[in-house]
Ligand binder design. Structure first.
Ligand code: NAG
Ligand code: NAG
Length: 254
């Protein structure tokens, strides 16, 4: 008899316990789902530079890039309304590099991903006569056809390379390796990149800080990093390709 009477009591307390503890469970559940990082948290280097998903092949990536480059409306704007304004801004950037002895009239210069070539025009206007651009679609005589993942130039060709299209690189490490390959020892690379803003729908990667680029330029030293206002790009990173050490030269000769 005693036993039978107790059972409902135990059940009652158990149900009461469940009822009272439910808000507590809910609280911890919410806390866990909101404070925990996403399940596949990538290592830090990858977290700072993300390749955008959705490209099924290199060809589909190129097609997507061509879509913007070949857009007749955009090309019209680039060559009319934008033309002088952009050349002036680029020219003032390049004058700054001249003042810092990073660029001279004698430099052989390359602009990577130059589209219709306003930056090339700016270089020539300030006296850097031997300058050219590359892009998937040529725009002669300023821009010749070339993919920045496989630059159509020999090793150690240029004294100066400029680009503001890093965000369009599907293989950022190839983009950088090609610059280091085609720069002469002591050559200068200037990149304008977006760090605090997200770029357009034609971007292939998103950069969250300068660290990945500092790591990718393996054979260069940093000249400076500064904030700029370059057509939506906010950070300028300047690198100088290292000159070969005497020891390495001896090894190459022997
Ligand atoms: C290119 O643009 C056209 C028209 O806007 C669209 O139909 C097509 O899917 C685009 N192709 C790619 C590869 O983005
Ligand atoms: C470089 O070229 C510009 C434009 O032609 C000229 O004004 C300037 O004097 C040149 N600078 C040097 C150092 O020769």
């Amino acid at each position: 008899m005693q036993n039978m009477k107790q059972k409902p009591h135990i059940l009652k307390y158990f149900l009461l316990f469940l009822f009272l503890s439910f808000p507590l469970f809910l609280f911890f559940f919410i806390l866990k789902t909101t404070t925990n990082p996403p399940p596949q948290n990538p290592p830090s280097a990858i977290k700072d530079l993300r390749i955008r998903p959705g490209y099924t092949s290199y060809d589909s990536y190129i097609q997507h890039q061509l879509n913007k480059t070949l857009n007749p409306k955009l090309r019209k704007i680039w060559t009319t309304r934008d033309w002088d304004r952009k050349i002036q801004v680029f020219a003032s950037f390049f004058q700054y590099f001249k003042q810092r002895n990073l660029l001279s009239n004698d430099s052989k210069a390359l602009c990577i991903g130059a589209r219709v070539g306003q930056e090339v025009k700016a270089l020539r206007r300030i006296g850097v006569a031997d300058s050219v651009g590359i892009d998937l679609v040529p725009f002669p005589p300023l821009v010749i056809k070339g993919d920045f993942h496989h630059q159509p130039f020999d090793d150690e060709t240029f004294d100066f390379e400029f680009s503001n299209v890093f965000d369009h690189a599907l293989y950022p490490d190839k983009f950088v390796a090609e610059i280091e390959r085609t720069l002469k020892p002591g050559g200068i690379c200037v990149l304008h990149v977006a760090i605090s803003r997200r770029a357009d729908k034609y971007s292939a990667n998103d950069l969250y800080n300068t660290k990945p680029l500092l790591e990718m330029f393996k054979n260069s030293e940093v000249v400076h990093v500064r904030k700029v206002d370059g057509f939506g790009l906010d950070t300028e990173m300047v690198f100088r390709k290292k000159k070969m050490k005497e020891k390495e030269k001896v090894i190459q000769r022997s």
